[in-house]
Write a protein that binds this ligand. Structure first.
Ligand SMILES: [Ca+2]
Ligand SMILES: [Ca+2]
Ligand SMILES: [Ca+2]
Length: 378
């Protein structure tokens, strides 16, 4: 990591600002994806026009092969989860990131006892100052082995890690709103629906009373809403994925498998008033992975993992535009390599590139380098 950073700094004349303006020029003149040099070569000729100009922020080595979730820490740094699902011979870890550094944060995540793996996905700091992360054990075991975990943070340092909820199938995104944590389970199947998914909700008080054991394949009392994936040519039945809420406190999620974007309108007492699939206009969203809502503008930034794109939904008129998009790449130049999660800090949009392809995805190969990109919004 240090080597990569030094290389980056040298290449940029030591100044991140000058690096950004240089790389913008480079990409505009001689880096269209179709003419990429041999080391970024795609398996097939790439005819997808590039939209936008994401910049390379960090490269990671093979021991950190699948960056996923991000959380803004109280000190302004970003905590990054690295579940290593593309090559899980390396243990999953959490890292701490700034624009110029990327160092280990917690490398002793407790493995789930039957899969012997930890699998941190999205994460968020709670109102208690502790860090909560969702697990995706689904790739290791489909029998509801995933958990919601709490990292106890004392004086800014991570300490004990404990289970607060178990028996998820594929816990994925997490978001805190006041004293409640909302979690998507992308594979919350029901007895009559093997393409199910759900948003679940837990209060901090409840999590402090002992481990919550979910009841799989039921409308557990923690289930706020359920969804059914319409399986398409990707063959994926994964449903509700990214999750966030708007300036009015209504929640939004989307389906990884079919790209449907859902609004959960909330009553003032925190119960669900209405669940609807929003009719969107403009660019088509084929897949919803991680998302973040800028509550100052009520714009949703969506990772379209399938199309190597970041798309923007304007909640004022439900129109979709594409902020960045490119063809198959290894990500070396900062181009999107199957974006999984976004975090907005000021006007800077941080993007993790999951780079673990599924059938009929633009990305065809999990390849070095493993990368983080940034897009500076206007
Ligand atoms: Ca399923
Ligand atoms: Ca890559
Ligand atoms: Ca790739």
């Amino acid at each position: 990591m240090k080597t990569n950073l030094i290389t980056l700094l040298l290449a940029c004349g030591g100044l991140l600002a000058s690096c950004q303006s240089n790389s913008t020029k480079t990409e505009a003149t001689d880096m269209p994806a179709a003419a990429a040099p041999a080391d970024t070569a795609a398996a097939t000729p790439d005819t997808i026009a590039q939209v936008g100009s994401p910049k390379l922020l960090h490269t990671l080595d093979e021991a950190h092969n699948t960056p996923d979730g991000m959380a803004l820490a109280p000190n302004g740094n970003i905590i990054l989860s690295v579940p290593n699902l593309a090559n899980n011979s390396y243990p999953a870890v959490l890292m701490e990131m700034t624009d110029t550094s990327l160092i280990p944060y917690l490398t002793t995540l407790p493995p789930e006892p039957t899969t012997n793996k930890a699998a941190p996905m999205d994460l968020a700091f709670g109102p208690d100052g502790h860090l909560y992360y969702a697990e995706n054990q689904y790739e290791n075991d489909k029998k509801f082995k995933s958990r919601l975990m709490r990292v106890r943070v004392e004086n800014g340092k991570p300490g004990t890690v404990e289970t607060v909820v178990d028996n998820f199938a594929l816990a994925n995104a997490v978001v805190w709103k006041e004293n409640k944590i909302y979690v998507t389970d992308s594979q919350w199947d029901m007895p009559n629906d093997d393409k199910g998914s759900a948003v679940l909700v837990f209060t901090l008080d409840e999590l402090n009373k002992g481990v919550v054991h979910l009841k799989p394949k039921t409308k557990d009392p923690h289930v706020l809403a359920t969804f059914t994936t319409q399986v398409n040519e990707t063959g994926l039945d994964n449903g509700a994925d990214g999750l966030d809420y708007d300036s009015r406190g209504d929640f939004y999620t989307g389906s990884f498998g079919d790209g449907t974007f859902y609004k959960l309108t909330m009553k003032p007492n925190g119960t669900l008033a209405k669940k609807e699939a929003l009719k969107l206009t403009g660019d088509k969203i084929t897949c919803v992975d991680g998302l973040v809502i800028d509550r100052a503008t009520d714009k949703v930034y969506v990772c379209n993992s399938r199309d190597n794109a970041i798309q923007v939904i304007n909640l004022k008129n439900n129109s979709v535009t594409t902020l960045a998009k490119n063809g198959d790449t290894n990500g070396a130049n900062g181009l999107l390599d199957q974006p999984a999660e976004v975090l907005l800090n000021g006007k800077r949009l941080y993007v993790t590139n999951f780079d673990k392809p599924e059938k009929n995805f633009v990305n065809t190969k999990s390849d070095a380098p493993h990368t983080m990109s940034v897009i500076d919004l206007k």
